[in-house]
Ligand binder design. Structure first.
Ligand SMILES: Cc1cc2nc3c(=O)[nH]c(=O)nc-3n(C[C@H](O)[C@H](O)[C@H](O)COP(=O)(O)OP(=O)(O)OC[C@H]3O[C@@H](n4cnc5c(N)ncnc54)[C@H](O)[C@@H]3O)c2cc1C
Length: 390
């Protein structure tokens, strides 16, 4: 069997490696004619994501580029702890550029072919197979086609022209890496601050380096390109103003960032539910099927899980049954996580009145929450050796 993987981001190379492990040949087709090294900000890999990477022998390479997050603390603008939870095993904070690099290096080492400059524009069935058509006029033939082409998936539009579009979460995203924060280590803890006007997450490592991200409430959607049209100096000024009254080290972290190092991502987006995940020989994984906003901290982990789970299904079942089994195994879990992150976004974007209630109610809700309120997401494991039932 030969699989055409569309999209060489995070899910794409992992799918190709998992398919090879399942005895299926896979070639990755990426739209851009250059690699994405050096692009993007921080993202987290949750224990469930690391466990899925371990299934295909990628966990150690990813652990080597990550900083462990052993606990998370939610705080109000006064610095008061609203709630906290431990993560055992730890989550990892990684830079998307580093994650991208190690996955692609490992894919190449294992003989996976990645073709750049192959922007997918359409697919047609040949009866015995599927043909992917690319913007450069070329085509490729395979037995199945896997759309790993992200939140703006073209493959999704081909299998369902009525598929929903990404939804603006009411927030804009920013972030940066800080070489010398001048702040004490947070000791493996990530602090998540519901500030007066915006949300701030940060972590300081033992060597005083660290990273932060900020979510700024914004009513109207803004693409990354639109957000980047505003000078980074201006965004830094806006962020300083947003966190000026908060009694947390947001300003200290922001002040350490040169304008050229600010990562500006535009709208935080999600898609609550993609009704059609597969049609004929074509199937979706990662953000193409289940785009959660970054507030879940699960986007990359879920993409990896789906890549591995789909490879396992294709190993054990012919393609229509494999796609049905894959969706049955994945849909409820990913949509629950997307919905949870959407509720977090509402808390992050709360107005002045809702903010007061949030800060009063959150400690109570956290106190009486079931211990697994957050950690259930982390406990998911894929048993590679167990056969998949039709
Ligand atoms: C350049 C980039 C930077 C990112 N930075 C961050 C970040 O800092 N923080 C964060 O939380 N998330 C970031 N993300 C999103 C994050 O990687 C994903 O949410 C998550 O890892 C799920 O991965 P995915 O493989 O499903 O999608 P993605 O990682 O988005 O990968 C999709 C890939 O498909 C390619 N593609 C798109 N359309 C086509 C097409 N028509 N034909 C062929 N290929 C196509 C894209 O170029 C991309 O390489 C970034 C994504 C990209 C593409």
């Amino acid at each position: 069997m030969r699989a055409l993987v569309i999209g060489g981001g995070i899910g794409g190379p992992v799918a190709a490696m998992a398919l090879r492990q399942a005895g299926i040949e896979a070639v990755v087709h990426e739209a851009y004619d250059r690699t994405a090294e050096g692009v993007g900000g921080a993202l987290s890999i949750a224990p469930n994501g690391l466990a899925a990477l371990a299934v295909v022998g990628l966990d150690d390479a990813v652990r080597a580029i990550g900083s462990p997050i052993t606990s998370m603390a939610m705080r109000s603008w006064t610095g008061k702890t609203l709630g906290a939870f431990r993560s055992d095993p730890p989550q990892l904070m990684v830079w998307r550029a580093d994650l991208y690099r190690v996955l692609h290096e490992e894919a190449a080492r294992r003989g996976v072919e990645t073709l750049l400059g192959k922007r997918f524009v359409g697919a047609r069935s040949t009866g015995g197979g599927v043909v992917a058509e690319f913007a450069d006029g070329t085509a490729a033939t395979g037995d199945v086609l896997i759309g790993a082409d992200g939140i703006r998936s073209a493959v999704r539009g081909v299998i369902d022209p009525a598929a929903p579009r990404p939804r603006h979460a009411g927030l804009l995203g920013f972030g940066a890496r800080v070489e010398h924060s001048g702040l004490p280590s947070t000791g493996g803890r990530m602090d998540l601050v519901f500030g007066k006007r915006a949300f701030f997450g940060y972590q300081v490592l033992d060597d005083s380096s660290g990273g932060w991200f900020a979510n700024l409430p914004h009513r109207t959607p803004m693409t990354a390109a639109e957000a980047r049209a505003t000078d980074s100096r201006e965004w830094l000024r806006v962020l300083r103003e947003a966190f000026a009254g908060d009694r947390v080290p947001a300003l200290a972290m922001i002040d350490r960032v040169a304008p050229e190092d600010l990562v500006v991502t535009g709208s935080l987006e999600d898609i609550p539910s993609v009704p059609v995940w597969s049609r004929d020989r074509v199937v979706l994984i990662g953000d193409a099927a289940h785009a959660t906003s970054p507030s879940s901290g699960q986007g990359a982990s879920l993409a990896v899980e789906s890549a591995v789970e789909l490879a396992k299904c294709l190993r054990d079942l012919p393609y229509p049954e494999a796609f049905a089994a894959y969706e049955r195994l994945r849909r409820a879990r990913v949509e629950r996580i997307i919905a949870m992150a959407a509720r977090t976004n509402q808390d992050k974007a709360a107005g002045p009145v809702a903010r007061v209630f949030r800060d009063l109610l959150m400690p109570v809700a956290m106190k009486f929450a079931k211990p697994d309120r957050f950690t259930w997401q982390f406990e998911h494991r894929i048993d590679w050796d167990a056969p998949v039932a039709a």
